[in-house]
Structure formats: C-alpha cells, structure tokens
Design a protein around this ligand. Structure first.
Ligand SMILES: *[C@@H]1O[C@H](CO)[C@@H](O)[C@H](O)[C@H]1NC(C)=O
Length: 431
C-alpha cells in the first residue's frame, strides 16, 4: 500500500520531464508573486504611484508657484497611464498562464470536442454512471468500393461477416477452415483471395470469395509476401469493409470453427479480440508486482500486465477509433520492420503521453475458453476431464507450427467424437 506513494517519488528521481519543468516554473512564478504581494500590497506600480502622490501633496502643502496646477495635472495623467499599464500587464500574465496550461493539457481542444458531441449531463448518484463504451458507427460510404459494397450486401448478415485473407501457400488450411464454417452453418463469411489459384479454389468449393482489383499496388505483397507482409496488407484491406459500414470478424485460416461466433459476441466495443493468454490473469489482466530489494521500504512497484490480443482473430465495429487503429497499424508496418501483432497491441493499449496521442478505442477480451488458443487446448483442456467436455466456439492453432495436422485433430476430437485425437501431439512444439 505504501508503495503506491513511492511511485511518485521514483518518478521524480529520473530526468525531469517537460511537465515537471513547467510545473516548477509556475511554482517559482507563484512564489515570486507572493513575495511581491507581501512587500507591495497595492502592487508594484501602485507603490510607484503612491510615491508620486506623496510628492504631489508635498507640493500642494509647500510652495505656491503659479505652474503648480499644470504640473499636478501632468502627474495625474502619469498616474492614470501607469495604473493602466499595471492592469494590462496583469492581464498579459494571466493570458500567458492560461495558454501554458492549455498547451500542456490540450484542454481547450478536449473541452470543445466534448461540447460538440452533445448536451452536457449531470453525473447522477453514486454507482449509476457509465462512460461511453459503444461508439457510433460511421456513415457507410459505398463510393470507396462499389463492387465490394455489392458483394457484402449479398454475403453479410446484420451488417457483419467473417473475413479471411488467403494465398495459395495456405490452401490446405483454408480448406479445413471453410469446411468447419460450412459444417456449423455460418453463411456470412468471405475469403479475400490474394491470387488466382485461391480465387478459383474458392469458386470450385462454393466459398464466397473476393479478389481485389489488380491495379492496387499493395497486391504485390499479397502474391509473394511472407506472413508478416501479408499481415500488413490485412489492415489496409479491412479498412474498406469498415468504411462500407460492416462489422468484420477478421479470421486467420489456422482456425477451426465449432459454433457460430456471432452468437457469442458482445458488440459493445470497437475491438473485441481473442487473447493469447491462458488463464484469467493472463487473458484479462493483472497487477504484476516488480520487486527491487535495493529500494528497501519501497521495494515493490506495481505494474499492469495483460497477454496480447491475437491479431489473427478479432471483431471490429465500423467506428472511427477502429478505422484509426487500422490506419495506425498499417502506417507503422509500412515504416518499420515490426511484427503486426505487437504493433496492433501497442497502438491499442499504450496511453497518451508527452509527444504521443494514444488511441481511444474501447476493447473487450473474448472468453479464452470459448475463443480458445492452442496453448489452452493442448496444455490444459485436453488433459482436464471437465474442460474437455465443453465445446469452444473456435480453436486457433496459433501456438504451434504443425498447424494442419493439429487442425484436423481438433475436428476429429470435437466434431467426430474421436476422444484420443489430440493425444499424439506434444504440449508445445519440439522445435
Ligand atoms: C475465472 O473467471 C471466471 C469468470 O470471471 C470465473 O467464473 C472463474 O471462477 C475464474 N477462475 C479462476 C480460477 O479464478
């Protein structure tokens, strides 16, 4: 408990931040003001004016020269202009202070934005207030891709659908993927074919498929690109779906469907994602205490941890924060040689800080038993009599490189009731 106070102590130990330097400057200013106020209770210029007034009364009581009234008037106007300057200076200081504050906090901007969004409300009694979680959807813009708009109109149900990207490198997994989807009876799904072979393969198998127009330069990545290059492409392609007003359940192809995921979504957040976590703590977040014994009394520092969201299976509502997330991730992937899942999570979770505006997206972690990763299945669930009786919604073979045989075994286990189908596989990969 005491340690939380130490957080601020420790923060002060490092390089002073820009914020703390500004705060120090303001404090010095305020202190100087107090000293001056004490020495000159009527203000600096007020003191000067009083000195003049004293000399005027001296003059009045003293010699009676003929030019006296004239000099008196001159002095009176001097005093007037001095106190005007005093007021003007005070105003300038006030304006500067305000600018400093609002520059530091972006407060004016935020306030204007908030006022523009709607009427102000009183907060209401304790325990009854709830912040905005479900952002409004964008107005659909068919002009961004009329052909896709027409296709989505036929395929989507309730303005939502599953979308997967595929090239011929993953043809066999894709087959297990869409076979499981058909078995469950999910009609609203679409394969974005990145080459002709996959487009034909889908058509032959009566799978809804969309091939993008060839003039789009990023298609080159789709044909020849490795896993990570294709991942960057994914965020650009998804943007059009959202712009057209559709919610997308983005799906990798190393996933087996066992129930209809649309029956298990909450739809209250911009991004609803499956987790790479394997229990309540890792999947939903926990307080991870960092221990530094050298700090003695303040040896414990508390940190927030959560296992990453899986960027291979997430549901996105068509909102401005969702589209901003796609743009931020695609932008960074085009500039950096980074792993798309790490970038996806950094953009989603890192807060605003000096020099950086964080994304303000609402997020929800899916139930890790219903939207199951392959670590949960092979390390825990298959060995637990109770857990292995529950049927997940999907299983994502994200933790294992031998994806195809594991996918087939999952189908055998859950749909064909073959109880020992999962047994031949080791918990993890054996390199
Ligand atoms: C994990 O969380 C679920 C739902 O919040 C709860 O029902 C369950 O008891 C928790 N399990 C453990 C081991 O804490």
């Amino acid at each position: 408990m005491a340690v939380r106070r130490d957080g601020s102590l420790m923060r002060d130990k490092g390089q002073p931040s820009r914020g703390s330097r500004i705060a120090a400057a303001i404090a010095v200013g305020v202190l100087l003001g107090c000293v001056l106020a004490f020495l000159y209770p009527h203000g600096l210029f007020g003191a000067a004016s009083r000195a003049r007034i004293a000399s005027i009364s001296d003059l009045q009581s003293g010699s009676s020269s003929g030019e006296l009234p004239e000099r008196f008037n001159l002095m009176k106007s001097d005093i007037a202009s001095l106190s005007e300057k005093n007021v003007a200076l005070k105003n300038q200081i006030r304006v500067l202070n305000e600018r400093l504050r609002s520059a530091e906090q972006g407060k004016d901007h935020a306030h204007n934005q908030f006022s523009a969004l709607g009427d102000q409300h009183k907060a209401g009694p304790f325990g009854t207030v709830k912040g905005l979680r479900t952002n409004p959807t964008v107005m659909p813009d068919e002009s961004v891709n009329p052909r896709l708009a027409k296709l989505l109109d036929e395929v989507a149900i309730g303005k939502e659908l599953i979308v997967a990207l595929a090239n011929s490198n993953v043809r066999e997994m894709l087959e297990v993927w869409f076979t499981s989807i058909k078995r469950v009876g999910i009609p609203n799904y679409l394969v974005v074919a990145l080459d002709d072979e996959i487009e034909n393969f889908c058509k032959v198998n009566d799978v809804p498929v969309y091939k993008r127009d060839p003039d789009q330069d990023i298609d080159a990545v789709g044909k020849s690109g490795g896993n990570h290059a294709v991942s960057g492409l994914k965020f650009r392609i998804l943007r059009e779906f959202l712009q057209l007003g559709y919610s997308v359940l983005l799906s990798d192809v190393d996933i087996v469907y066992l129930q209809n995921p649309f029956d298990y979504l909450y739809r209250d957040s911009d991004v609803e994602s499956m987790s790479d976590g394997h229990n309540n703590y890792t999947a939903y977040g926990y307080n991870d205490v960092f221990d530094e014994p050298a700090m003695g009394w303040a040896r414990y520092a508390h940190t927030m941890r959560i296992w990453v969201y899986n960027s291979g299976f997430f549901y996105m509502r068509p909102t401005i924060p969702s589209i901003e997330l796609l743009d931020r991730v695609a932008g960074r992937l085009s500039r950096e040689n980074a792993w798309d899942q790490a970038v996806f999570n950094e953009e989603l979770f890192f807060p605003s800080h000096p020099g950086y505006d964080g994304l303000h997206a609402a997020k929800r972690t899916m139930d890790f038993y219903l939207f199951m990763n392959s670590k949960v299945l092979f390390k825990m669930v298959r060995k637990n009599a109770k857990l292995s009786k529950l049927k997940p919604v999907i299983v994502h073979v994200n933790y294992h490189p031998d994806k195809l045989p594991r996918m087939k075994a999952i189908v055998e286990f859950y749909t064909n009731g073959k109880k020992d189908a999962l047994q031949p596989f080791p918990d993890g990969s054996e390199w």
